[in-house]
Design a protein around this ligand. Structure first.
Ligand code: UDX
Length: 489
């Protein structure tokens, strides 16, 4: 009868509870995955921290995105952090520890509560991002499988997995300060399966420590290795892009699902933690096709006022139009909403010098910006989300990596995919200007290199589209993942 049929449907329905580490680099891809799962009929409970939930509610239009809809709900759990800790320089470490301490029980409670009202099937799996491995215990307690969406490149993940060996073999921590500059970081590493020979310094930023008890190194190592406890590993990449390293990872992990590049579904609104500047889109509309350099370093990078000034003059010297995101907090020492600091940090004469061809935004709808016809290049910190979004838009890059997987990403961008250049660690205005010219210049000398990178970028964009279209590898990867979620194993 009808009741029986409905009961059967409920029994077989998959219900994923997703919990990302609460920063943009993790929230964005997790939300995109949630949208995809929902579009394939999976019930979704997306859990933010209360702090972010309230921050999103305060944003213009943020409340709308959080309202949820049939089969897609938002929930929140306390992150356990005190307000003074949020402002501390080591706030990310504190957040990491605090989540481990305080989020397990509330997550279990959310999972039990959402399904208790009837009409919603019980949670059948937990999907977590990297850095919240404690949620593997939540899944265990609920008696459901856990899947990790590790938010970096496959090459980034493969390298992070090998931090343990690097430590055991004595490559890291470094013996003393001189090892940072004496060429030691150029030591070739040729034994990471599926990864071409890379410089030690490119494997991961976490090898650059002198501290034998480095917390960051241990956390990265432990978090990556804990993925072995999950029933499946989900990666925001596609098979053609990283075939060798994916083959190697598939030898190590029985279930790897490649479902990327994940793209935002703007129809349902994103979960942007900052207000997106709409005026920059109108400014872009007025610029010639392919003429604008987009400059942004993601949600976590912090740069010194000196670096900012060097970059500013490099950009000014290009004579080209650029859209520059200076996020609250980007400049060391500047607090959120500290607008004067931004203005003061920009060198004297910079604003007058670049009038009409420089647009500074605090935050923008990055995927839309990258897809705008006026944008022809991206100066990026090589965070994995920024990198995949640039690939999807067919925009070549200038990389200035700073931490985590950003070095290995930029190594691939430049050498494996041929879609970018790389700046030295010490920012110099001449190199910034020269690289921009090489990337975006037309005809002659460096122009040929630029043309080649643009051609490669167009090719990778097409490959990304093919992978996510029906019949493509990532489309199939999602099919397999959904099937697995349905089986509840
Ligand atoms: C972090 C790590 O730093 C990175 O190395 C890792 O690969 C992922 O997690 P983050 O530094 O924030 O992320 O960089 P990134 O991965 O590029 O993510 C930034 C996100 O913010 C992107 O999705 C981007 O579209 C978005 N963004 C950025 C905006 O929406 N508007 C902006 O103005 C800038």
């Amino acid at each position: 009868s009808l009741a029986l049929a409905m009961g059967e449907r409920m029994r077989r329905a998959a219900h994923a509870m997703l919990f990302p580490f609460p920063c943009s680099g993790h929230i964005n891809p997790t939300l995109k995955l949630a949208e995809l799962l929902h579009s394939r009929g999976v019930h979704v409970t997306f859990v933010n921290t209360e702090h972010n939930h309230e921050r999103l509610l305060r944003r213009r239009g943020g409340g709308g995105a959080l309202r949820g809809r049939e089969g897609f709900r938002f929930e929140a759990v306390p992150d356990g952090l005190r307000d003074d800790e949020r402002a501390a320089p080591d706030s990310t470490v504190r957040l990491y520890l605090s989540l481990r301490r305080s989020c397990g029980a509330p997550l279990v409670e959310v999972a039990r509560r959402v399904a208790s009202g009837g009409g919603v099937p019980p949670v059948t799996c937990v999907v977590l991002s990297g850095l919240v491995s404690f949620a593997l215990d939540v899944a265990e307690e609920l008696g459901v499988p856990a899947f990790v969406l590790w938010g970096t490149s496959a090459c980034g993940f493969a390298c992070t997995l090998r931090l343990r060996q690097l430590r055991q073999r004595g490559y890291t921590p470094l013996k003393d300060e001189s090892y940072l500059t004496n060429g030691y970081l150029d030591t070739p590493i040729d034994w990471i399966a599926g990864v071409p020979t890379v410089r030690l310094g490119d494997v991961s930023s976490f090898v650059r420590t002198l501290d034998p008890t480095s917390f960051a190194l241990r956390v990265e190592e432990d978090e990556a290795n804990s993925c072995a406890r999950a029933q499946g590993l989900i990666l925001n990449t596609f098979d053609d892009l990283e075939s060798d390293v994916l083959d190697a990872l598939r030898d190590e992990f029985p279930r790897v699902y490649t479902v990327g590049p994940l793209a935002a579904d703007r129809a349902n609104g994103g979960l942007s933690l900052w207000e997106e500047d709409a005026a920059c889109m109108a400014w872009l509309d007025a610029q010639p096709a392919g003429s604008v350099l987009y400059v942004s370093f993601g949600s976590l990078t912090v740069m010194s006022p000196e670096e900012l000034a060097e970059l500013a003059w490099g950009l000014a010297d290009t004579r080209r139009p650029f859209l520059w995101v200076i996020r609250p907090g980007l400049i060391a020492g500047a607090g959120a909403g500290d607008h004067d600091v931004v203005t003061n940090a920009l060198p004297d004469g910079f604003v007058a010098e670049t009038k009409g061809r420089c647009f500074i935004a605090e935050w923008c709808a990055q995927e839309e910006v990258l897809r705008h016809r006026a944008v022809g290049g991206f100066l990026t910190h090589s965070g994995w989300n920024s990198t995949t979004e640039s690939i999807c838009a067919g925009v070549p890059m200038i990389c200035w990596p700073g931490f985590a997987d950003q070095y290995i990403n930029s190594r691939y961008v430049r050498d494996e995919w041929g879609i970018g250049l790389r700046l030295d660690e010490e920012l110099r205005r001449e190199q910034v200007a020269a690289h921009v010219e090489k990337l975006m210049g037309g005809g002659g000398g460096g122009g040929d290199r630029g043309k080649e990178m643009r051609r490669n970028a167009a090719r990778w964009k097409a490959a990304a589209e093919a992978a996510t279209a029906k019949g493509g590898s990532s489309y199939g990867g999602l099919d397999k993942l959904v099937e697995q979620l349905r089986l509840g194993q």
